[in-house]
Ligand binder design. Sequence first.
Ligand code: ZN
Length: 412
Amino acid sequence: MKRTFKYRAYPTAVQQHWLYAELKHQKKLYNYMLQMRSQMWEYGSVSVSMYEQINHLAKLRENSHYSEHPQDLQVSTLKRLNAAYDNFFDRCQDGKAKKKGHPKFKRSVRSVTWSVRKSKVKDKATGTFKRVRQKPIRKTGTRLDRLKVPKLGEVKIRMHRPFSGDPKEVTLKKTARGWYCFIVCEVPDTIPCVPKSAVGVDVGTKTFVITSDGEKVGNRKFYKRGHDRLAALQRELARKQKGSKRYWKARNALAKHHDKVACQRLDFIAKTAYGLYHHKGFDAVVVEDLHIKGMLKNKDQKGLAKSISDTAWGMFFEWCQWVAKRDGKHFHAVDPAHTSKTCSNCCQRVKGKMSLSVRTFECKHCGFVLGRDHNAALNILYRAACALRENEFWATILAETRNPLLQQACWG
Ligand SMILES: [Zn+2]
């Protein structure tokens, strides 16, 4: 399993100058190699592989300005191009993909990547050589440690927490709010635990998350909260003359705002997902397998699509899945059909449409009354319990405590 650790980096003005030049060079290299691949195919029907391009790069480095730039960074750029092509070929194979999307020429590159090399180290006791991975970081014992960048030297970095595992790849990225360093580490896979407790989760726009225990997490509405400031910044930008110094200043301020909102959302979602597993202590989380892209196209209700994308359910599900994989927990997604319309007490379904404005669920068959989302969360949990009855411990208990005849009548 791979884990990525993100740290803030503080290059000096001189180092930034070097890095900007490097980003520009990587962009040119990427575009050049992309042109080579596409033209070789277009005119000669020759498919060029990544290794052929790496060999070509080695020849270029013999007698040109290419040798002034670190090879590790250049090779990573070729790997990136290869990944873009691989994804393109996958889309071509996939019949469902509407757009095949040939890789495009890049206007700018914002990050440089290099892999951490291994070096030979002599073992003094036995006298044999061992290949040991180099350390990407030099510890200083002060507030700021140093990141080793090929050819550039050492860049200040704030290690707010240590990374774990074997560091394989380092990326240095420029964002609107500064430079960041990403260290990708290979860590051993976690063995999944035996799930003893589970929770069903329903997501909404009013309350972000409601669990089958009835606990609510409010929606923070980050986009909406920053909306006024966003509008002001966009107005400022529109007034500036394009390409002027003030234009770039205003554009940077706008980018910073977008970045901030994205970070706030990420922080909130990651903490909520972590909390479900670790603070509330559940071993399994069950959610609906929503078709979010389809919901965004909904044009009947004004502003619903906007608030759906502001809540970022998809990101929340991804984070739940990731935390489960990382910490040996469990994650399930079930069919979302009729979860709000079914009674969690007697499994009877309400006929016809159920408007979004109806917030309490009232069962006509058994008189059961519960909050709409709470009822849906219970249904999600029961549905997973029925599907996983033999496989997981908690599901067996839950499925046995409920009337099996009722379940069969509704869910088969
Ligand atoms: Zn009922």
